[in-house]
Design a protein around this ligand. Structure first.
Ligand SMILES: Nc1ncnc2c1ncn2[C@@H]1O[C@H](COP(=O)(O)OP(=O)(O)OP(=O)(O)O)[C@@H](O)[C@H]1O
Length: 256
């Protein structure tokens, strides 16, 4: 890996009572890379994500983002530092419109002076116009602009997942973390997701860390892959290296 890592995870461990769900996992993600975490069900992938994004405070280890420690910060501060994520199940404000979901995300992200907002100053109105422009830009980018005023809960499932990605992107992150983004998508939607992730990397310079079980998606878009098994790191490398690794085939790919 040529670049200094954007994200560096060192000997991360997470214990739930008697269960060591994550056992000394380390990984590096360089700027503009697409990196995937794979492994069998219950391997600890989501727990790694939860520790990196501040949902859990890790039992041990370090999470460094742009060389700054994140592992003791609350989730909202980690998001403000530029790491944002989606969840395995869609978490939109379903009764709000598509565009409202993107405006709320930006309001939640920004440190705002509430009083200034109430006073409706010119600066405040200019800022609101910027948020709307950014929302429109990302709706266009993920192919949802024509649904801007529709209730988010009325979108098709694949569209909801794209809206979740747009909701992350309006906050202008440096690292986008996607937890099983292809789960529940049909082959056409998975193909669109594949193209979107590649565009985010190539055209927007976004770094992507994802957990995914769809091996053709993972093998097609990843620069590097980390494999975890029963909480422990099993292997890492390029898609080709991982695909050929006998231990990975035995623990995971062999079951496919
Ligand atoms: N909050 C929690 N409390 C107790 N145990 C937990 C908690 N979260 C996860 N676990 C356990 O930790 C282990 C790892 O779970 P995790 O969800 O991280 O796996 P995963 O690799 O993401 O699985 P999947 O591919 O099925 O999503 C499992 O045994 C799970 O039951």
């Amino acid at each position: 890996m040529a670049d200094t890592p954007l994200l560096s995870v060192r000997d991360l461990s997470m214990r739930f009572g008697g269960l060591l769900a994550v056992d000394r996992v380390s990984m590096d993600v360089a700027p503009r890379e697409v990196v995937s975490i794979i492994g069998p069900n219950g391997a600890g992938k989501t727990t790694v994500f939860n520790c990196i994004s501040g949902f859990y405070r890790p039992t041990d280890g370090e999470v460094l983002f742009e060389n700054k420690p994140m592992h003791r910060l609350p989730g909202f501060k980690i998001a403000r530092a530029g790491m944002v994520r989606t969840f395995q199940n869609v978490r939109l404000f379903k009764e709000m419109t598509v565009v409202e979901n993107l405006l709320v995300a930006q309001h939640m992200q920004a440190e705002r002076n509430l009083l200034k907002g109430l006073l409706l100053t010119r600066g405040f109105r200019r800022r609101e116009a910027e948020l709307l422009d950014r929302a429109a830009h990302w709706l266009e980018r993920v192919g949802l602009i024509e649904f801007a005023n529709r209730e988010a809960g009325n979108l098709a499932y694949g569209q909801q997942r794209r809206l979740e990605i747009a909701r992350c992107m309006v906050t202008q992150p440096k690292l986008l973390m996607l937890d099983e983004p292809a789960a529940g998508l049909n082959p056409n939607e998975t193909h669109d997701l594949d193209r979107l992730i590649v565009q985010l990397k190539e055209e927007e310079g976004i770094t992507v860390l994802l957990i995914e079980h769809d091996m053709s998606l993972v093998m097609g878009i990843s620069d590097r892959i980390y494999v975890v098994n029963q909480g422990k790191p099993l292997a890492d490398g390029t898609p080709e290296e991982v695909r050929r690794n006998p231990e990975v085939i035995k623990a995971y790919l062999g079951e496919e």
